[in-house]
Every structure is written in structure tokens, then in C-alpha cells.
Design a protein. Structure first.
Length: 363
């Protein structure tokens, strides 16, 4: 029985891409075919050239069998081959996560070898097509399902910094800045003197009592002229209107609805957890628990969470699922980093294993 720690570590790797699998297959053929060719040359040189047909054919068949058996033993016990080792790939059990064993590796090698026979590439193309159309999105071909195996990419992945364009942009509320309380005028320094302006021509005014300009009292012992009281803002000037107190809190004018591929639809009113059997952490205020059935067990127990932020944005975060979550935006896919929140846009599609969800913002 494989070690659970090893199984968890191996199966947490992502499925291998078809391009790297093709390169690994080509490298394996470049290693195997010269060995088989050497055995065929020996059979021809020592037997077929002298008229001994049956011994010559047996030598050629023995060369093919020895090379295929060697590849099957290495694949079944270590999950690798020369090509897969060069490409950073490994074949493991899709159920247990460990080596698939020599018996299943021999069956897998036989199927791939039969598909590689001279059939104008139809055999290999058929296997590649079944891997491309895998419903579990794990790129498992017919030979992988037959032997209950999966090809994973075990290369170390460096943590890349988040692109600046993907980060949510900060919105500057000019209205809130305009309505913010004005800072008090300084009282320790005298106001800046302005150069004298030419007096306008005298205009006769109606007889009114003279207005005495108000001044601010200066404490005893302070020097300098009295400070003039700043003029009151005009009520019809929106740039100078000052509202005392804190600005009003923004209110949400839209709501988010998520719809799953089986027809389930929800309007988010709090924290939502999705998964095979989702459960919240102790003290976590969960509002929605959405169980998702998975035919190939690609959905984790608690796969991801969704929540509406105070500013009205819908935020999703993968909770360390085994197969990860994929965001599809305008036809472009991107894997969600576990534990890092991502803002969704209306119309975004999210894939949880073999299940999908679409987010829509309603007025």
C-alpha cells in the first residue's frame, strides 16, 4: 500500500500537457528504436543472410520484447522513462497516487506500441484525441483509463509575481474628496500679504452704516497684526461647500448571482462554500453550502469560497483543492492560486474539477 504522504504529494501535481507528452514519446522512440534496430541487424547478419529465417525472426522478436519489457519495468516501478525524465513527467496511479505496477505498465506499453505501428499516424492520433476530449479535464487518454493511470507534470513551479494588470484598480471618489472637512486655518503664522491692487473707481453707494471687519482675537503677548477671519464659503459654489461630519457610506445597487452547470442558482447573501461536501471552519460565518457531485472525484471536499466584498465586488478564492480552480475570462483560462482572492467580472466562468459555474451581476 503506498504511503499516504507520498500519494498526496504526487497527486497534487497538475496533469501534463499534450505537447510535453508528445516530446517525451519522441525521445523514448529515439532510445528504443536504435536498440531494436541493433537486434534486427544481428538477426539478419547471423541468420537471415544464411537462409535461417525462423531463428532470424526469433532474434528480432526477442530484441523487441527485451526493449519493451525494460521500458515497462522502469515505468511500473518508477513511473518514468528516458523521455518522461527529460520532460519532467511521471506516470502514477489515478486512484492511489503511487506507481502503477509492472502488469499495468506492460499493458500500457503494449497499447501505445500497437498504436505506433505504421498506420499513417492514425493510432497515435486516436489516443491523443481521447486525451484531448477527456471529460475530467485531466488529459487522460484511452490507454490511461484502461490502466487507471495519469501523467502528471512534476517540474518545480516558481512562484511568479502577480501581474499589475490583474490587480483591482483603486477607485478615487472625487465627490467624497470634495465633501471632506476642510483643514482648520493656521493660527500661529500671519496670512501672506498680497500686493496692493489698484482701487476701483468710486461708485456712489446708498447710505448704510459702515461694516466693521471681524478679526480673530490674538492672545496676550503675541506680536503681529490681527488675523482676519476667513470669508464664509458661498452656498452656490460646489467647489467650496464644506459638509461637517463623515461622508455617507456607499450603498450597493446590484447583486451577484452564480449558476452551476446542473441548474443550481444562488444570489449571494454572505459567504458561500462549494465542494463535494463543503464544511466551514470553526467560527466561520457561512451563509451558503453548495454540494457539487463529481463523477471522477475531481472536486475536493471544500473546494472554494465566494463572497461579496463591501465595495460590491465578487471575490473567489480556492481553498487548497487537489485539482485546483480555473478562471475562464473571454475565452482565456487562468489557474487560481490557492489562498489568494481573485475578483470576478460579470460573465466569468469558473471550473471546479469537472464542474462549472458562471457569475452574473443583476441590477
Amino acid at each position: 500500500m503506498p504511503d499516504p504522504a507520498v500519494s498526496e504529494r504526487v497527486t497534487s501535481y497538475p496533469p501534463a500537457g499534450l505537447d510535453r507528452r508528445f516530446y517525451a514519446f519522441a525521445i523514448d522512440r529515439l532510445v528504443a528504436w536504435p536498440l531494436i534496430a541493433a537486434g534486427a541487424y544481428a538477426g539478419y547478419r547471423f541468420f537471415l543472410a544464411d537462409g535461417d529465417v525462423l531463428p532470424g525472426i526469433m532474434v528480432i522478436a526477442a530484441a523487441v520484447l527485451v526493449v519493451a519489457t525494460g521500458f515497462a519495468v522502469v515505468l511500473g516501478t518508477m513511473g518514468t522513462s528516458p523521455g518522461r525524465a527529460a520532460m519532467g513527467l511521471r506516470v502514477v496511479s489515478a486512484v492511489e497516487g503511487g506507481p502503477i505496477g509492472v502488469r499495468r505498465a506492460s499493458l500500457r506499453t503494449l497499447v501505445v506500441g500497437a498504436a505506433a505501428l505504421p498506420t499513417f499516424g492514425l493510432g497515435l492520433a486516436s489516443l491523443a484525441w481521447t486525451a484531448l476530449m477527456d471529460q475530467g479535464r485531466q488529459r487522460r487518454g484511452w490507454h490511461d483509463h484502461l490502466t487507471h493511470s495519469i501523467v502528471v507534470d512534476v517540474r518545480p513551479v516558481a512562484e511568479a509575481p502577480e501581474a499589475l494588470s490583474e490587480a483591482p484598480r483603486q477607485v478615487v471618489n472625487l465627490t467624497a474628496m470634495r465633501l471632506a472637512p476642510a483643514p482648520p486655518p493656521p493660527t500661529s503664522t500671519p496670512p501672506r500679504r498680497t500686493p496692493p491692487q489698484p482701487a476701483p473707481p468710486a461708485v456712489p453707494a446708498p447710505t448704510m452704516p459702515p461694516q466693521i471687519p471681524a478679526t480673530v482675537a490674538v492672545p496676550a503677548g503675541a506680536s503681529g497684526p490681527p488675523l482676519a477671519r476667513p470669508p464664509a464659503p458661498l452656498p452656490d459654489d460646489p467647489e467650496r461647500t464644506v459638509v461637517r461630519g463623515s461622508p455617507p457610506r456607499p450603498t450597493l445597487s446590484a447583486r451577484w448571482r452564480v449558476t452551476f452547470d446542473d441548474g443550481q442558482t444562488f444570489v449571494l447573501a454572505g459567504l458561500m462554500l462549494v465542494g463535494r461536501r463543503p464544511e466551514g471552519r470553526p467560527g466561520e460565518p457561512v451563509r451558503h453550502l453548495v454540494p457539487l457531485t463529481s463523477s471522477d472525484m475531481s472536486v475536493s471536499k471544500t473546494h472554494a469560497q465566494l463572497q461579496v466584498a463591501p465595495d460590491g465586488a465578487l471575490v473567489i478564492m480556492d481553498r487548497g483543492s487537489t485539482n485546483g480552480s480555473v478562471l475562464v475570462r473571454s475565452g482565456v483560462t487562468r489557474d487560481l492560486s490557492p489562498g489568494k482572492p481573485t475578483t470576478l467580472l460579470p460573465g466569468d466562468e469558473v471550473r471546479f474539477g469537472d464542474r462549472t459555474m458562471i457569475a452574473v451581476r443583476e441590477p
